[in-house]
Design a protein around this ligand. Structure first.
Ligand SMILES: CC[C@@H](C(=O)O)C(=O)SCCNC(=O)CCNC(=O)[C@H](O)C(C)(C)COP(=O)(O)OP(=O)(O)OC[C@H]1O[C@@H](n2cnc3c(N)ncnc32)[C@H](O)[C@@H]1OP(=O)(O)O
Length: 311
């Protein structure tokens, strides 16, 4: 009997360790796909670089909130191949930003992103290349969502196709009055390929996800707030300074959740991330480990010292 109980305990702890190790392995590398999936990122990067245009710009601010701009306005901020590679590079920089607490993702010149550059899509429309681009973008967007900082997509104008999928790779979505998120994939004879379907189900539930994907439904501000795809509304800006006003509003919105010491905010994201992705026992163990990094630490001791009246 004792032997059986011991075996069960060993099995449970090895399972727990196994699932946690799997997440940590993917979380630390951030990748869903590796060479075991016949995925060679170096080869894919070289292929994508053959499709230039636009840029992914990153501004890391002293306040700990970074701004990532999808910048290809002549193509409604569509992702060229080189922009996909640049997005991965910027996510790597953010993974190593020790002072980071928040991230705003937005599009240049009044629109969010119209998905993949259709010229590039036509050139890589064979199944092999399509799957490689799919795995590359799934890896990158999974790493984006797993960053140890709180991210928000500022949706002004259109977020279509892969652009809609990009919004789901942020923790939150806030929308301007002209914002639209639309999973147009059905019109392309496709389903999402950048991980947008899996993340959408976790955000709005399977019934709403089925409607948005099956119906290629246009999600505006009112409908987005109603189904929980959109988390906040941005005020209509004065025409002449719309971009700054919207970014300033987005920074004000995000700063509600990123005030306080950087290690604490990063820890908040880590414990929520593990709660979202790990089985309960593993998530509880992660919470314990993360709690241990803060208990008795500088922020905790300073807070205790400031509560002198409760002595
Ligand atoms: C996994 C999903 C992923 C994939 O399968 O790889 C995809 O995302 S596929 C792409 C899905 N996206 C789309 O289908 C959107 C296509 N674009 C549009 O529907 C419209 O452009 C718009 C975004 C609704 C804007 O319409 P409008 O205001 O009328 O502007 P234009 O259509 O004239 O566009 C201006 C300019 O931009 C070019 N453009 C727009 N989107 C793309 C794109 N995704 N790829 C390449 N180029 C794009 C458009 O061609 C115009 O260029 P010019 O004609 O040279 O002026």
């Amino acid at each position: 009997m004792v032997l059986h109980a011991l075996k069960q305990q060993l099995l449970k702890s090895s399972c727990a360790f196994g699932s946690w190790a799997r997440l940590m392995q993917t979380q630390s590398s951030g990748c869903v796909y590796s060479s075991t999936h016949d995925f060679n990122p170096k080869e894919v990067r070289e292929k994508l670089q053959a499709f230039p245009g636009g840029s992914i710009d990153l501004l890391k601010q002293d306040c700990g909130i970074a701004i990532l701009t999808i910048n290809n306005p002549s193509r409604m901020n569509a992702f060229s191949g080189s922009m996909m590679v640049q997005l991965e590079e910027k996510v790597s920089l953010l993974e190593n930003w020790s002072d980071g607490k928040g991230l705003i993702v937005h599009g240049a010149e009044g629109t969010f992103c119209s998905g993949s550059d259709l010229n590039a899509v036509r050139a890589i429309s064979n199944p092999q290349d399509g799957m490689k681009m799919c795995m590359f973008m799934q890896n990158t967007l999974t790493r984006l969502l797993r960053l140890p900082l709180i991210s928000v997509a500022l949706v002004e104008g259109k977020a279509l196709g892969g652009g809609a999928e990009l919004t789901t790779a942020c923790d939150f979505r806030i929308m301007a009055s002209d914002g639209v998120i639309q999973f147009v994939h059905r019109h392309m004879g496709l389903v999402p390929g950048w991980g947008g379907a899996a993340r959408l189900v976790r955000i709005v539930g399977s019934q709403n996800a089925l409607k948005l994907l099956g119906g290629a439904v246009k999600v505006d501000l009112e409908f987005g707030l109603q189904i929980g795809l959109v988390d906040g509304a941005l005020e209509a800006p004065q025409a002449q300074d719309s971009a700054d006003t919207l970014l300033e509003q987005a920074e004000c919105w995000l700063s509600r959740y990123t005030k306080g010491p950087t290690p604490v905010i990063q820890a908040v994201k880590r414990v929520v991330l593990s709660g979202r992705e790990l089985p309960l026992s593993d998530a509880l163990r992660t919470e314990k480990d993360v709690f241990g990094t803060l208990w008795g630490g500088p922020a905790n001791l300073q807070a205790l010292a400031s509560k002198s009246k409760h002595n």
